[in-house]
Design a protein around this ligand. Structure first.
Ligand SMILES: *Cc1c(COP(=O)(O)O)cnc(C)c1O
Length: 446
């Protein structure tokens, strides 16, 4: 065994060197990899990722929030293998195919009422771009040419292309590109961590809704759409808020003639406990954005669902009134089949109900973590957990990541916010392992 393993380790270090030489990794200061090694992954199974030596890591962040039913899921694999034998891709302009039609029909039935039309993109940021363009173009087609501004919440994240950055309020992602980005307004974010002492999450959400109303009242003639991440702002550090804000936002957007865009790229597909987060506020947005989990974490795909009213404003004889947007891989059949297999698993395994059991178990097991003297704001929505660590280390996120790996965990904190967003196939034993080892990691760093 020993010589074999060291041969593998050599292969590993060669792979890392080749990666650092040829691959520019995302969201990464490449120089940091002089001291922080890349992690080579050779295969995956369920919640586990394995390096070429067989060392394993529990993927507690679902590989950037995309995986739902585990790595190498046999059912999604089978659907893709079947599709590979039939059709890998065909352009969606002027052509159609069974997987894209079936997926659109099934999503129409599942989504909040009224979202009957699906427009396809390739990733989350392109879904944001599509919704922003479609909203402004709708107002143009209906004679309201001055409605070209967008509003987002403070600390919002809707992707990193230039249009998406114009509604993203994360300074790190924006500052270097400020000169290239359209200026849009932000309104206070209902994240309950910002509530006054003694103020409930609901009262604080209502107070933020008042601020939204004041903004819309004053500026609605120039505003095309208000975009939100319903219930949980992911990249803000899993900021959670009361659903009453979403109902109020729906009411206000309708009253002031502003589209409501629900970016459910991270929170859709059961992540918050319901299939779509908007259901918890009992509302339908004008646009619903899906990506990330829609293919079970297999392939890039995004979908912008919208209403018949918006669709009809583009339906005309003139080409220029039509929606002018396309991506080469729009509606890719393999990605659509992965999405269909994902929806099948939701239905066949009653996932929303089993997730409720798992979440209750998680919360029970997590008691020592929640009550730890150096853990603040422990919070949970559906299959998302987060807390802040009180730590003296300025480089906590990096230390936590490295120490996590030593404990077989893939933890990827944002600042001092540690979060879990595990694949839904996580078992009770794996939940226990995740929580107890995270506790060890935290204890070593506070
Ligand atoms: C990840 C994410 C996006 C962007 O999706 P990409 O596929 O990374 O471009 C947009 N909005 C939200 C809420 C996200 O979490």
């Amino acid at each position: 065994m020993i010589p074999h393993m060291s041969a593998n380790s050599n292969t590993n270090s060669t792979l890392l060197a080749r990666s650092l030489s040829a691959v520019w990794h995302p969201c990464t200061q490449m120089k940091r990899h002089e001291t922080l090694p890349l992690v080579p992954i050779a295969r995956g199974e369920g919640v586990w990722l394995f390096d070429p030596d067989g060392k394993r890591y529990l993927d507690s962040v679902s590989s950037w929030w995309v995986n739902l039913f585990g790595h190498c899921n046999p059912r999604i694999n089978a659907a893709l293998t079947d599709q590979l034998g039939k059709l890998e891709h065909v352009m969606l302009a002027g052509f159609t195919h069974e997987p894209v039609v079936e997926l659109s029909e099934r999503l129409r039935k599942l989504a909040p009422a009224g979202l009957g039309h699906c427009f396809y993109g390739s990733d989350g940021a392109s879904a944001t771009e599509i919704a922003l363009k479609m909203s402004a173009h709708y107002w143009r087609n209906t004679g309201k040419l001055q409605k070209t501004q967008f509003v987002s919440l403070q600390n919002s994240y809707h992707g990193e292309t230039l249009g998406a950055l114009s509604v993203t309020d994360v300074a790190l992602f924006r500052d270097a590109y400020g000169a290239l980005i359209k200026q849009n307004a932000t309104v206070p974010c209902p994240d309950w961590r910002n509530a006054e002492k003694g103020e409930s999450a609901e009262a604080y959400a209502l107070r933020c809704a008042n601020a939204l109303e004041a903004h819309l009242q004053q500026h609605h003639e120039h505003i095309a759409a208000f975009i939100i991440e319903p219930l949980v702002q992911g990249a803000a550090g899993m900021a959670m808020y009361h659903p009453v804000y979403i109902s109020k936002a729906r009411e206000l957007c309708s009253r002031y003639g502003v589209h409501l865009i629900a970016d459910e790229i991270a929170v859709g597909m059961g992540r918050t406990g319901t299939m779509f987060a908007c259901e918890q506020a009992n509302i339908s947005p004008d646009f619903l954005l899906l990506s990330k989990g829609i293919t079970g974490g297999y392939l890039p795909l995004s979908i912008v669902m919208t209403t018949n009213n918006i669709y009809q404003a583009f339906y005309a004889d003139e080409t220029a009134r039509g929606f002018l947007h396309s991506h080469s891989y729009t509606g890719n059949p393999l990605a659509c089949r992965a999405a269909l297999a994902t929806l099948d698993i939701f239905a066949q395994d009653n996932i929303l109900a089993t997730n409720r059991d798992k979440a209750a178990y998680f919360n029970h097991i997590a008691k020592p973590l929640r009550e730890h003297a150096h853990v603040r704001n422990f919070r949970n929505t559906g299959m998302i957990w987060a807390f802040e660590a009180d730590t003296p280390h300025a480089d906590f996120a990096q230390r936590c990541f490295s120490l996590g790996l030593q404990h077989e965990l893939l933890l990827r904190p944002m600042g001092n916010t540690v979060y879990f967003m595990p694949p839904y196939v996580i078992s009770k034993d794996e939940i226990q392992l995740l929580v107890t080892r995270t506790l060890k990691v935290i204890e070593a760093l506070v």
